[in-house]
Design a protein around this ligand. Structure first.
Ligand code: PLP
Length: 449
């Protein structure tokens, strides 16, 4: 039953609010679901329906909802110093402490961070740093960034250009020049005519081929997510990353690993790159850094880049009003403190990730499911029209969206990317809540079938 208060909010939302990644007209006709409260791994809408948040908000509320310590950290910092910038040789304790703590937690070769307000800004910052680095090294022709089709790196002009989402490139362009995309290591979607590991090598070969096409002296960096998140929770074949690493080393090309989703425990390590034994030169971060409680991001900068930028760079003409915002930084610091105190990363690696893997895999027997995969606390289901052949549904049927809407109605937030259903729950989810998540997902599949 929709109350008059909720009806009013829905009407105002339809009339005035342009939502991100939304068909504005469709939303104004259908209305939105208004979320008003949350606790633990559950959110609640204005009609009083409770839903298990299988997406941790937007891959970010890693510590779950209702953490009073984070509220207190924000409140205390707001009282003490609600804002000051970090431009022009000023700083404040939260930004300094957070920088030091992040560098302590990061791999040994990373000892600097540049703060931003979001993951998109982090990728913009990374792009400018990469090109500046090579210019300072006397190789200004090293300009090209290679990233991947269907990768996601944000929504600013540089972020969407770096990302490989074709519909984004088509709107409001042109894209930033000097960025090119190669195929993604998406075995279920694109590689089933060969075995998984063979396909991983083919995708790494595509990187080498593109480098040779552009000329290795013109290529600055390769950018990728450890596991593609928004593209569909795509875990690459085991053969992929070692082969990519070898190619980059061969041609002296920087490795940028976008840790905006995979960082801060999602894959059972502090950084997703550690799961794949990668040594990135730069790592854009955001989301889980503050558990989504306040907006903050940054770029973790490896020593090779930092030494050049610091020693030879002069002034770096770049930064944001909210770079290192004190309240966001205080909440991020508290987030990192809680994560360590509660052994969140270890719990995902040793307990919750394996438990989810076991339970999630049970969905593979469902007639709609062509593949059920997970790593750490990220999972995906590939919906298929024919289980025996793996044939997909006609996209006009929008089966994934139907399944997502059914999930909402049955009390679970799952996301759909085409016909791939995704979960990325808070990292504090319990075994019982994982059981509930899997039961709700099965109920939604039954309903969709
Ligand atoms: N990079 C990755 C891997 C992301 O998943 C996202 C957002 O989902 C971004 C960058 C952009 O972050 P933001 O939305 O904070 O700008």
């Amino acid at each position: 039953m929709t109350s008059p208060g909720t009806a009013r909010l829905k009407a105002l939302d339809s009339d005035h609010h342009l939502h991100p990644f939304t068909d504005f007209k469709a939303l104004s006709e259908e209305g939105s679901r208004i979320i008003t409260a949350a606790s633990g791994v559950y959110i609640q809408d204005a009609d009083g329906q409770r839903m298990l948040d299988g997406m941790a908000g937007l891959w970010c509320v890693n510590l779950g909802y209702g953490r009073q310590e984070l509220v207190d950290a924000a409140s205390q910092q707001m009282t003490q110093l609600p804002y000051y910038n970090t431009f022009f040789k000023t700083a404040h304790p939260p930004a300094i402490e957070l920088a030091a703590e992040l560098c302590r937690l990061a791999p040994d070769h990373i000892n600097h961070v540049f703060f931003t307000g979001s993951g998109s800004e982090a990728n913009d910052t990374m792009l400018r740093m990469v090109r500046r680095f090579w210019a300072l090294k006397g190789k200004p022709e090293k300009q090209w960034i290679i990233s991947r089709e269907n990768g996601y790196h944000g929504s600013t002009v540089a972020g969407m250009s770096l990302g490989g989402m074709a519909p984004m490139h088509e709107q409001g362009g042109p894209c930033v020049p000097g960025i090119t995309h190669i195929r993604q290591p998406y075995w279920f979607g694109e590689g089933r005519d060969m075995n998984r590991e063979e396909f991983g090598k083919v995708c790494a070969d595509a990187l080498e081929a593109r480098i040779l096409e552009l000329g290795p002296d013109n290529v600055a960096a390769f950018l990728a997510e450890p596991v593609q998140g928004a593209g569909g929770a795509i875990m690459p074949p085991d053969s992929y990353w070692p082969a990519v690493k070898a190619v980059l080393e061969k041609y002296d090309i920087l490795l940028v690993i976008d840790e905006v989703i995979c960082g801060f425990g999602r894959l059972g390590e502090w950084f997703g790159s550690q799961h794949y034994d990668l040594k990135p030169d730069l790592m854009p971060i955001a989301k889980g850094l503050s558990s989504g409680y306040l907006p903050i991001g940054g770029v973790l900068v490896g020593d090779r880049i930092a030494e050049t930028l610091v020693q030879e760079g002069g002034e770096f003409y770049h930064g944001f009003t909210y770079s290192g915002h004190p309240v966001c930084a205080a909440v991020a610091l508290k987030t990192l403190e809680i994560m360590q105190r509660e052994n969140i990363v270890e719990r995902v690696r040793d307990d919750l990730g394996p438990y989810l893997a076991k339970r999630w895999a049970t969905l593979a027997d469902h007639p709609l499911v062509g593949e059920a995969r997970s790593l750490g606390l990220m999972g995906a289901l590939e919906l298929v029209a024919d289980k025996a052949t793996g044939e997909r549904f006609d996209s006009s049927l929008a089966v994934g969206s139907m399944c997502r809407d059914t999930c909402f109605d049955t009390g679970l937030v799952m996301r759909s990317v085409g016909d791939t259903m995704i979960i990325s729950p808070p990292l504090v989810i319990t075994h019982d809540e994982i059981d509930a998540l899997v039961s709700l997902a099965r109920a939604a599949l039954d309903e969709t079938a």
